[in-house]
Structure formats: structure tokens, C-alpha cells
Design a protein around this ligand. Structure first.
Ligand SMILES: *Cc1c(COP(=O)(O)O)cnc(C)c1O
Length: 392
């Protein structure tokens, strides 16, 4: 399977069949595993071989299928699946950092990621420096010989700013720092973060990988040594492992991931183009538009603008709320990457916790609206957005 194309890997990668020869992956909904003998149990606790299981917090065949499939797509040696995207972010950082270490992180982060970096890590003696992720000068100034790791979202939420993975990785590597990338907005379909220099890649699989709004999950990808010696001991002893039910749902999500995400991104591109210059909008932010300040980087790093579009309504919060309330197909929620198109007003929901000046610094104005484009018909979505804008 390793030499096959991504779509083939997504359908067949990691498959294990039971003695029944089922076509669709089996869900092994079990916490534990029976040993043939006391000797076998002892042996397994000394050293579990491949596909030898002990307890579902340590590993499970359905979860292993999910891990192998996503690792194959990413070109990663190994993966550890987690209970949520935040379990993955927390596990990736906590498993490798200790008191006295220095972490440099981009400032534009998902609220919960920011909480880990700004509130939790410093409590345990990790020194954290926040930088503007798009400004390589700031990365260069902040990363030094004591820096143990750098962390960033390769495309930020919700302002869709990119971080140059190759350039930041080069800066980090010069000081021996590990590069940890939250790659959710870039998606596993468009991003090749490991090949571009990242050491550890994280996904909230709640988003595009599930893709149909059912389950919370996450995954940490990296070298076999890093996943098995650093990540796995932390995750299996602290309880953030993925459930077999989630793994089963998300294995099916992986099968259609490429088809869905490519259709979503194509639609997002057309929607962004149709909105540019609209009189009710101050700006349209989409990395696939030539007007995006990092359009060239988006092409080089992703070859796509991905599935999210942000628009800033000229009329501020009132206009944004009127727009949200006038939409007919696109639902008001806060997930993303879903088959259903979703609209979010970040300033009053996902980023409400931030101080006003922090929001300003991140471009999260009262008029900013985030759209996650789903797989509905593009013309219907454009019609829905245009009608709602007309009602503003
Ligand atoms: C959603 C999200 C997370 C957290 O994932 P959960 O599955 O909700 O825990 C982390 N990072 C980014 C960029 C996200 O969008």
C-alpha cells in the first residue's frame, strides 16, 4: 500500500481482517483482550509485538487501523490516535516538554491551544514566547539554543493566515528545536507538512477527517521513535486515547476524505471569487485568492486555498448577526470541515474569551465571519450567501 496514491491508501491503508473476512473494517468494541495463558499475558506486558493488544487505552485493532491509514497518507512512520484534537495538542506538547524548556509559539491559535500554551505550560515551568507566525523575523529573534520546540497552526483560525512551514522548520532545526504543527485548517489532503520540515503533525480529526460532524478525535504523527518513546507513554498513562467507536467512524471518514475535501476547496474557491468586491464586505479572506497577502505561499505550501473562507462585513457586529440569521442552508455552529456548510461569528463565540486588543491584533473584528464550506451544491451556497448579504 505504501507506494499507492493517496486515494487508494485512504480506502485500503491499515486494513486488518478478522477470521470472517469482512469487507468493511470491524469495530472491536472491547476494552480488554484475553490471553491464551498466564505466560502469554506476562510476555505481552514485557513487550507487546505488532498487533498484540493489552488494553484499549494502550491500543486496539480498530484504532490501529485508523492510525496506520492516516500515517500512510501523511508519509509518517507512526501515529497515535487521541480522544480529541485537544488531547492531541496537549499530548504532543506535554509529552516532550519539561520545566526549564523554552517553547516558541505563534500567537494566532485556536482558543484551547492558546490556553495550553499561555496558561498550562508556564505553570509547569515551561517558558513560552509568542510571536506573529507570519513574520519570520520574529521567529528568528525568538528561537534560541534553549528552545526545545516551536508550535503553530499552519493556517490560523479564523483569519486564515499561513505560517511558512519550511522556513520556520529551518530556523528551528538550526537550534535543534522540534517543530510541532497543528495542521487542521491545511487538511491532510493538501498539506505535506512532514515533507516540508515538520517533526510532529497534529490533527483534530473531529474536523475534515470525520467530516460528517459525528465524533471527536485527534491524531499525533511523527517518527516511530518519537511516537512510541515520547508520545505513547504519556498518552496511554494519562487517558487521552481514541475510542474504538470513534476510530471506526473516522476510518470510514478517511475513505471519502480526499473526495470531500477537494470538492469543498473547489467550492470555497468559487464562493470566495464570487464575493470579492461585494459592497457589503470590507474584505474577503481566502488563501486561494490572488488578493490574499500569502497567496504565493498558499500555492507553494498547499496548492489550494483549502476549505475555509472568512469575510468581513462592513457593518460590524449588527451586519454580521443579520447575515448569520438570514442564511437558509448554511447553519450557525462552530465545527468546521463538515459536509454541511457552517457559519461562525468568532468574536462572540470561539474567540469571545480574548481581550479586545488581542482580537484586534489577530484581525478578529466584530464584522468578521468564518465560513466552513461543505459539500452542498456550490450554486446553492452562493445563492444562500448572496441572499443573506442582500438582507443585511
Ligand atoms: C478544533 C481544533 C482543535 C481542537 O480539536 P477538538 O477535536 O475540538 O478537540 C485544535 N486545533 C485547531 C486548529 C482546531 O480547529
Amino acid at each position: 500500500m505504501k507506494n499507492r496514491k493517496p486515494r487508494t491508501k485512504l480506502v485500503h491503508g491499515g486494513t486488518r481482517r478478522s477470521q470472517w473476512g469482512e469487507v468493511s473494517e470491524a469495530m472491536f468494541l472491547t476494552q480488554g483482550f484475553v490471553y491464551d495463558s498466564a505466560e502469554q499475558a506476562e510476555q505481552r506486558f514485557i513487550q507487546a509485538g505488532p498487533d498484540e493488544y493489552i488494553y484499549a487505552r494502550y491500543g486496539n485493532p480498530t484504532v490501529a487501523m485508523f492510525e496506520d491509514r492516516i500515517a500512510m497518507l501523511e508519509g509518517a512512520e507512526d501515529a497515535f490516535a487521541t480522544a480529541s484534537g485537544m488531547a492531541a495538542v496537549n499530548g504532543a506538547l506535554m509529552s516532550m516538554l519539561k520545566a526549564g524548556d523554552h517553547l516558541v509559539s505563534a500567537r494566532a491559535l485556536f482558543g484551547s491551544c492558546l490556553y495550553i500554551v499561555e496558561d498550562i505550560l508556564p505553570r509547569y515551568g515551561v517558558e513560552v514566547t509568542l510571536v506573529d507566525g507570519a513574520d519570520l523575523g520574529q521567529w528568528r529573534a525568538a528561537v534560541g539554543p534553549d528552545t526545545r520546540a516551536v508550535f503553530f497552526e499552519s493556517m490560523s483560525n479564523p483569519a486564515l493566515e499561513l505560517v511558512d512551514i519550511a522556513a520556520v522548520s529551518e530556523i528551528a532545526r538550526a537550534h535543534g528545536a522540534t517543530v510541532v504543527v497543528d495542521n487542521v485548517f491545511s487538511t491532510p489532503v493538501f498539506s505535506d507538512a512532514l515533507a516540508q520540515g515538520a517533526d510532529v503533525v497534529i490533527y483534530s480529526s473531529t474536523k475534515h477527517i470525520d467530516g460528517q460532524g459525528r465524533t471527536l478525535g485527534g491524531v499525533i504523527l511523527g517518527t516511530r521513535d518519537h511516537i512510541r518513546k515520547v508520545v505513547e507513554p504519556y498518552m496511554k498513562h494519562t487517558g487521552g486515547s481514541m475510542s474504538p467507536f470513534t476510530a471506526w467512524v473516522q476510518l470510514k471518514g478517511l475513505e471519502t476524505l480526499d473526495l470531500r475535501v477537494r470538492a469543498q476547496a473547489k467550492s470555497a474557491q468559487e464562493i470566495a471569487e464570487s464575493l470579492e468586491g461585494h459592497p457589503a464586505l470590507r474584505r474577503v479572506i481566502y488563501p486561494g485568492l490572488p488578493s490574499h497577502p500569502q497567496a504565493a505561499l498558499a500555492q507553494r505550501q498547499l496548492g489550494s486555498g483549502s476549505t475555509m473562507v472568512a469575510i468581513e462585513l462592513a457593518g460590524g457586529k449588527d451586519a454580521a448577526f443579520a447575515f448569520l440569521n438570514a442564511l437558509g442552508i448554511i447553519v450557525i455552529s462552530n465545527n468546521l470541515g463538515d459536509a454541511k456548510s457552517i457559519v461562525t461569528h468568532p468574536a462572540t463565540t470561539t474567540h469571545q474569551r480574548l481581550a479586545a486588543e488581542q482580537r484586534d491584533m489577530l484581525g478578529i473584528t466584530d464584522g468578521l465571519v468564518r465560513l466552513s464550506i461543505g459539500i452542498e451544491d456550490t450554486e446553492d451556497l452562493i445563492d444562500d450567501i448572496q441572499s443573506a448579504l442582500a438582507a443585511v
